[in-house]
Design a protein around this ligand. Structure first.
Ligand code: C2G
Length: 443
């Protein structure tokens, strides 16, 4: 019996895929099809896959051509599969010509002519492309963000609105719309990314929603929980997407970490210690961001997402800049829950180890600095032999995953919820307390 194996994503299964599978099947007596897992696709840079692994497997199954379907999950699996299943022929489309020649020590390699004129990307981009505008003041943020739409099918950044045009001009791409007028920007787009100063965000988000635009906003979205609740209600009533952009929340490593914690891998969580600091911009006199504004949401995220937002008590301790009284150079917040505690430290004017430690009754999770853009973490136990390490791919610091979740949410008319509204609202409550100097102990 001649065994043939082929691999692919098979997203939105089309004629090109089916022709390939037919010819692959005809090469032998038994066809094994390896369908790539979502994680593996992300690792190899394919983040636009529309269908879930289960849907893609189902589609391949429905062709009736595969005798066996397996899942491709990791780099190097092909050699393992070929040996394990006793494969005689490996085949794949000619778009991969030469790239799998290294398998020739294990079996015969055949590249089949790719079918011209059809591809999953074509089918995906036939859906109308959404447009996005950026409103904001910080060149360093906008610079990063504007690069990321090329990785996400279905959305294109077409404009920018900034007060800071002269300064910004050096950094921004040539967008069709470059303006100081927010109204002009809103007229030209379906959605906006709000990256302006915290105190302006509420007005900017509200204005965009009023104009029926979807909004992705830097975090915290507001300095007032009531205002944020009002914005969510407005968005929900108008069936618009309003999403909080904390890029860590959208990263694979962080999402997996949450799942492992929720699955009880470290027992009951008893304490969370989280630190985020940065001094890169502290000497830049135009940079007005304060510690909490810059880092608060990131640091609150694991606390609120693991322990919830119903803390019994909390205490905010802040050190303000000598020259600018409104700038918290360092802020520490302690939370007391019924059966747990949490503590965060954020700083723009002080430096510390930016790590995350989640203490549980069976073990702990350690995420090394800078934990907010990690691709790696460890679960550690008393017995070191039980320790496990987890590695994931993180591209574009997570911005492209955030943009992808936003785009998909608009397309599917349903928010893909990485950060729920309760968490966002609780973050804005703490932002208000710091702004109003309420519950704050000054040092
Ligand atoms: N294909 C084709 N003609 C097309 C499109 C795709 O012949 N118009 C072939 C591809 O060459 C591949 C298979 O159909 O052999 C599946 O294509 P994709 O789903 O795009 O998967 P791909 O990323 O090519 O995965 O490690 C190798 C990969 O797993 C192959």
């Amino acid at each position: 019996m001649v065994k043939v194996i082929t691999y692919g994503t098979y997203d939105l299964l089309h004629y090109g895929h089916i022709r390939l599978l037919e010819r692959a099947k005809a090469l032998g007596d038994y066809l094994i099809v390896g369908v790539t897992s979502d994680d593996f696709d992300r690792t190899r840079g394919k983040i636009n896959v529309q269908q879930s692994l289960a849907e893609r497997i189902e589609a391949v199954k429905s062709t009736g051509l595969a005798d066996q379907i397996i899942v491709e999950e990791y780099e190097g699996q092909k050699i393992d599969d070929i040996k394990r299943y006793g494969v005689d022929i490996f085949t794949v489309g000619s778009d991969w010509e030469g790239q799998f020649d290294y398998l020739k020590d294990y079996c015969k390699i055949i590249y089949l002519e790719r079918t011209e004129g059809i591809s999953s990307s074509d089918i995906r981009s036939k859906e109308r492309e959404l447009t996005m505008g950026i409103v904001g003041d910080y060149a360093s943020y906008i610079n990063k963000f504007q690069q990321e739409d090329k990785y996400v099918n279905g959305i294109k950044i077409v404009g920018i609105c900034t007060e800071n045009l002269e300064e910004m001009n050096k950094n921004i791409k040539t967008f069709p719309v470059i303006t100081k007028s927010y109204n002009e920007l809103l007229k030209s787009v379906d959605s906006v990314y709000v990256s302006a100063n915290l105190e302006n965000r509420y007005e900017l988000i509200k204005h965009a929603l009023d104009e029926n635009k979807h909004v992705l906003s830097a975090s915290p979205m507001c300095q007032n929980e009531k205002e944020l609740k009002e914005l969510f209600d407005l968005a929900n009533n108008k069936k618009l997407i309003l999403m909080e952009g904390v890029k860590t929340a959208y990263s694979t490593a962080y999402s997996r970490l949450l799942l492992l914690v929720k699955a009880g891998q470290i027992g009951k969580v008893i304490s969370i210690d989280v630190t985020c600091t940065d001094m890169r911009y502290s000497s830049d006199k135009d940079y007005k961001m304060k510690s909490f504004e810059r880092w608060g949401s990131n640091a609150l995220l694991p606390i609120f997402q693991i322990l919830g937002t119903d803390y019994k008590n909390h205490r905010i301790i802040a050190h303000f800049s000598d020259s600018q009284k409104s700038q918290d150079e360092f802020t520490k917040i302690d939370f007391i829950y019924d059966n747990a505690v949490a503590s965060l430290k954020v700083a723009e004017g002080a430096k510390s180890e930016g790590e995350l430690i989640i203490t549980g009754t069976k073990g702990y999770i350690y995420v090394p600095a800078p934990w907010w853009k990690t691709d790696y973490f460890e679960i550690r136990f008393e017995n070191q032999n039980d320790n496990r390490r987890f590695f994931y791919q993180l591209d574009g610091e997570g911005i492209r995953y955030e943009l992808l979740a936003f785009t998909r949410s608009i397309q599917e008319e349903k928010k893909i919820e990485y950060i729920d509204e309760k968490t966002s609202i609780s973050i804005s409550k703490i932002a208000r307390e710091i702004k109003e100097n309420k519950n704050v102990i000054e040092i």
